[in-house]
Design a binder for this molecule. Structure first.
Ligand SMILES: O=P(O)(O)OC[C@H]1O[C@H](OP(=O)(O)OP(=O)(O)O)[C@H](O)[C@@H]1O
Ligand SMILES: O=C(O)c1cc(=O)[nH]c(=O)[nH]1
Length: 213
């Protein structure tokens, strides 16, 4: 694990974005841990989060024209990443996001921000079973844009529909690269080095045995 990954895990634990307990996921699975990016909820946290995303994006070397943040939690992530790319990497990239329910008055429509076109970098918090990414792909395809890649904070490294991980399935189906700041494996190695986290390590490891890849 790299230093910035350990730093990111500590940031998420400190802000209780990363918590242990019993959580029902969108996929219906019951997980002993949960990553709630909505709890990066101050200006300082969001600015710091954006720096992690922007650095991971620059490191990935993937070329893209636009950031897309799927509603809802992808919206502040795309926004803060765009700001960090400008402030810390001198790169000015347009961004846009969707509404979960189309607006029927005023400017109307389902998209807000820059026009959805070109090579799109999708940014979100986590991928579990890949449903949210597939929903976003429908929007990207409907606008004749192309998916350049996906950037998330946490790759939960879980099985998708078959034996591949949800991420591997998305990479295969859409021919794109998925980049994450941390993976479940990083969290497990962090927990295994940390005194007093034995119970969390045991429950997360058991979950990985059941759903992990
Ligand atoms: O890979 P998946 O199985 O789709 O799960 C991951 C998705 O689930 C959560 O979003 P959710 O749809 O709960 O929406 P929110 O951003 O409005 O909280 C999360 O923010 C991811 O987008
Ligand atoms: O799979 C999900 O629904 C999910 C998992 C997680 O860790 N965080 C989240 O916001 N959603």
């Amino acid at each position: 694990m790299k230093a910035y990954q350990r730093e990111f895990i500590e940031f998420a634990l400190e802000r209780q974005v990363l918590r242990f307990g019993e959580f029902t996921l969108k996929s219906g699975r019951t997980s002993p841990y949960f990553f709630n990016a909505g709890l990066f909820n101050t200006g300082k946290d969001l600015a710091r989060l954006g720096r992690f995303y922007a650095a991971a994006l620059m490191d990935s070397g993937i070329e893209f024209d636009l950031l897309f943040g799927p509603a809802y939690k992808g919206i502040p992530i795309a926004t803060t990443t765009a700001v960090a790319l400008c402030d810390h990497h001198d790169v000015d990239i347009p961004y846009c996001f969707n509404r979960k329910e189309a607006k029927t008055h005023g400017e109307g429509g389902s998209l807000v921000g820059s026009e959805l076109k070109g090579k799109v970098m999708l940014v979100d918090d986590v991928i579990t079973a890949g449903t949210a990414i597939r929903e976003s792909m429908d929007i990207i395809n409907a606008h004749n844009a192309q998916l350049a890649g996906v950037l998330i904070a946490l790759d939960r490294q879980e099985k998708g529909k078959g034996e591949l991980s949800a991420i591997q399935e998305v990479e295969r189906d859409f021919g794109c690269q998925i980049v994450s700041i941390i993976k479940l494996a990083d969290l497990i190695s962090y927990l295994s080095e940390k005194p007093g986290m034995e119970a969390e390590l045991a429950s997360v490891s058991a979950y990985r045995e059941q759903y992990g890849i």
